[in-house]
Design a protein around this ligand. Structure first.
Ligand code: C2E
Ligand code: CA
Ligand code: CA
Length: 407
């Protein structure tokens, strides 16, 4: 059963309907179901994280804080829950609320036109594992403490995996993105969602950034020298580290120290509504750009006031979030966002990158729409450095990707 092992929150002002919903979820095997009568109560429960809620099923019309306001607060808090929206309203309104919710950076599994049935619920709950394959294997809150994570970083257990980025028009290798993995001595390879948010929340992320940057710069220098290819390596930079005005200098020194050059490194930054130190962030980003780094606006489309960010920051790359890429071939609204994002990148003369390219259909659509670079499981998953070397070696010999070039 899809629901087993998961914690649910049922947000519904109508007491009878709430009771029904709770029983339905329990019938589907839910481990724990909590009820809330409005957005405010729901938000308190989600924020408390004891235990962490996996899936929220929320009504839209509620007295006090309604479903839309609740979604906005969830987005601003950045809590990793999945949402199912349920309402009696017409499809077009539900779709617009779904798009709005995603625009706030919240994961939406889907919408249900009431009445809610076990079958409709079960189908959407089944998507949860697909969208969050890396989150908590057990539903009992974060599995690692801050101390354990910090210890792991200090012990050099963080390893950069690399995922290729390929040019859609030619199939040529464009570069790679470095993605952090924790090679835990007992628990195997741990995905970043299990340790990065905690490091960020506690202002300890720079340690991790440094080890990722060091590995990436060293690998980039070696890769360029051995392959003769003009490739770049992308590294994710948490916006919180950009509040320290000396970061740019430290990062630049670190990259040069590994025999690499800033011009061969792209820094991916996710826009965020919670940035308070706007001046400092801009000073850092401007200096990094001045020093030659590429700057990529990551997860484009999910954050807030994207347009404003683009105007202020000297970005060189626009990375369209995988949620739009994945749905563009089936959902008109997602396609519109994808198209306008690509259009904007073109007008600003910056490189467009689509992440989460999983199918031939995605690839063909992106190619047709003129997207420049693709990254995703269709091409390859993130790999340890040796596996990447081998993969890239074979790829160069093939002289171009065959995907999407016809039969
Ligand atoms: P992101 O920067 O948006 O990275 C893309 C994520 O999508 C990666 O997840 C990648 O493995 C995954 N992905 C790639 N292709 C596909 C695909 O075709 N389908 C699907 N469903 N997923 C795909 P990952 O490695 O779990 O990283 C999650 C997030 O953790 C990253 O999202 C990034 O925000 C953060 N992160 C990872 N490494 C670092 C790091 O070194 N520093 C910081 N600050 N954040 C990092
Ligand atoms: Ca990224
Ligand atoms: Ca993303």
């Amino acid at each position: 059963m899809n629901a087993s092992g998961l914690n649910f929150l049922a947000v519904e002002d109508h007491e009878f309907q709430r009771g029904m919903l709770i029983r339905m979820l329990e019938g589907l095997g839910a481990t724990k179901v909590t009820g809330a009568a409005d957005g405010k109560a729901a938000l308190d429960i989600v924020m408390a994280r004891t235990p962490a809620v996996d899936i929220v099923i929320s009504d839209l019309d509620m007295p006090g804080m309604d479903g839309m306001e609740f979604m906005r607060h969830l987005g601003e808090a950045g809590i990793p829950v999945s949402i199912i929206l349920a309402s009696v309203h017409e499809r077009s309104l539900l779709t617009s609320v779904e798009v709005m919710t995603k625009a706030y950076g919240v994961t939406v599994l889907g919408v249900i036109e009431k009445p809610v049935t076990p079958a409709k619920l079960d189908a959407l709950i089944g998507l949860h594992k697909a969208v969050r394959p890396d989150v908590r294997p057990a539903a009992s809150g974060p599995p690692f403490t801050l101390e354990e994570i910090v210890e792991g970083v200090k012990n050099d257990e963080i390893e950069a995996f690399f995922q290729p980025k390929v040019e859609l028009a030619t199939g040529r290798l464009h570069g790679a993105e470095a993605l952090a993995r924790w090679r835990h001595p007992n628990s195997g390879v741990i995905a970043p969602l299990a340790f990065i948010p905690l490091l960020e929340d506690n202002h300890q992320i720079e340690m991790l950034t440094r080890t990722m940057m060091r590995q990436s710069a060293a690998f980039c220098a070696e890769w360029r020298a051995s392959s003769g290819l003009d490739v770049t390596v992308s590294v994710n930079l948490s916006i919180t580290t950009l509040a320290d005005v000396h970061l740019a200098e430290r990062v630049t020194e670190l990259v040069r120290g590994q025999g690499s050059e800033p011009a061969h490194i792209v820094l991916e930054v996710t826009e965020s509504a919670t940035t308070t130190e706007v001046g400092r962030v801009l000073e850092n980003l401007s200096r990094l750009r001045m020093n030659g780094f590429g700057l990529s606006i990551d997860d484009y489309g999910t954050g807030y006031s994207s347009m404003q960010q683009l105007m202020r920051i000297p970005f060189t790359e626009l990375k369209i979030d995988q949620s739009f890429v994945a749905k563009a071939s089936t959902e008109p609204a997602a396609k519109v966002i994808l198209e306008s994002s690509l259009d904007m990148a073109k007008k600003l003369d910056i490189t467009s990158v689509a992440e989460g390219v999983e199918s031939q259909q995605d690839w063909d659509l992106l190619r047709q729409l003129g997207c420049v670079v693709a990254q995703g499981y269709l091409i390859a998953k993130p790999m340890p450095v040796e596996a990447f070397r081998e993969w890239a070696g074979n790829r160069t010999h093939l002289e171009g990707f065959e995907i999407g070039t016809g039969h």
